[in-house]
Write a protein that binds this ligand. Structure first.
Ligand code: SF4
Length: 321
């Protein structure tokens, strides 16, 4: 049986990981480092991934995106501290979220990552990027930044979304599985923890297709995974297809069925960084039920607890029981 402490959650959440490592909660601050993406600037495509908003999947970062990294962090820390008392020590995760956060000259990347890691309230940084944007000089600088701050962590988040080539083509992902695997291998060789983003509910994918993606990710044994509900955001090409009736979004019950099974497929040490989605209210076209995040999480937890009681299987892997 695993020794991982899930802190009462029915899966190994990021919150539980933070409590295991820092003995307190941590808070993410989404940042916009003013980069673009090869899928947007014409290097690969000009249209972006089919689901990606104009904010480059960083719409929560755009509210504080006008300043430099230190200013954005300062603003984020103040905003969160006004809502809840933050612990005294470093408890903020600087999340480089918007666009592709290794798609710039290495010198600029070193400057912004160092700026974030230098903030005394920051316990670590998480860098969202694409697997085809991790050349050797960038990998070397990531390791350098990590080594320069031995008390802090540096994570890399890779958007896989799916393992299925037909879906990857439809969403215009722009890299193949071999590229993704090379990036994971390179990051692991440097002992840089990897968080894999997946999307549940992509058009044309059956539940079994989604399970195949989750099974594949589980085999890779990454540090973490995000299980993101497909969101249809206004102004995207995905919204056009949705409004044309080309596909339907998942309803809450189906999503919970699929998500429950996905969570049960994961090794207990893999940290679950997300189980819903964070579509901004002003852009979200569907599914509307996802706006009530509290209800989604409560329903998920209730379902997982019920399953634990009736099947007696899932939580024995963690410390839930
Ligand atoms: S790789 Fe990321 S930022 Fe670039 S288009 Fe796709 S979702 Fe948007």
């Amino acid at each position: 049986m695993s020794q991982v402490n899930w802190h009462g959650k029915p899966y190994y959440s990021l919150d539980a990981w933070c409590k295991n490592h820092f003995s307190h909660k941590c808070y993410k601050i989404a940042l916009n480092a003013h980069m673009t993406c090869p899928n947007r600037d014409g290097s690969l495509d000009t249209r972006g991934c089919i689901f990606c908003s104009a904010g480059g999947s960083g719409d929560f970062a755009t509210a504080v995106s006008c300043g430099d990294i230190a200013s954005q962090l300062d603003e984020g820390i103040q905003r969160i501290s006004r809502k809840m008392p933050a612990p005294d020590g470093p408890c903020f995760i600087a999340y480089f979220q918007a666009y592709t956060n290794t798609y710039a000259p290495a010198a600029y990347l070193e400057q912004i990552f160092t700026e974030a890691l230098s903030c005394e309230k920051v316990c670590g940084i998480s860098i969202a990027t694409r697997p085809d944007c991790l050349p050797p000089d960038v990998l070397a600088l990531l390791a350098r930044c990590r080594d320069a701050f031995p008390d802090k962590f540096l994570w890399v988040e890779l958007g896989l979304q799916t393992i299925h080539p037909a879906t990857a083509d439809y969403i215009r992902r722009g890299f193949d599985l071999a590229c993704f695997e090379t990036a994971v291998r390179n990051l692991k060789a440097l002992s840089i923890p990897v968080i894999v983003h997946t999307i549940l509910g992509l058009p044309g994918e059956s539940a079994d297709a989604m399970y195949e993606t989750i099974s594949y990710v589980n085999e890779l044994s990454p540090f973490g995974i995000k299980l993101q509900l497909l969101h249809v955001l206004t102004g995207t090409d995905l919204a056009r297809d949705y409004l044309n009736g080309s596909f339907q979004v998942l309803d809450l019950d189906t999503y919970l069925d699929i998500l429950t099974k996905c969570l049960g497929m994961l090794s207990p040490e893999i940290v679950v960084h997300r189980v819903t989605g964070d579509g901004p209210k002003h852009l979200l076209l569907a599914p509307a039920w996802s706006l009530n995040k509290r209800n989604v999480l409560n329903s998920l937890h209730a379902r997982l607890r019920e399953q634990a009681i009736t099947q007696g299987c899932l939580y024995q892997r963690g410390s839930f029981l």
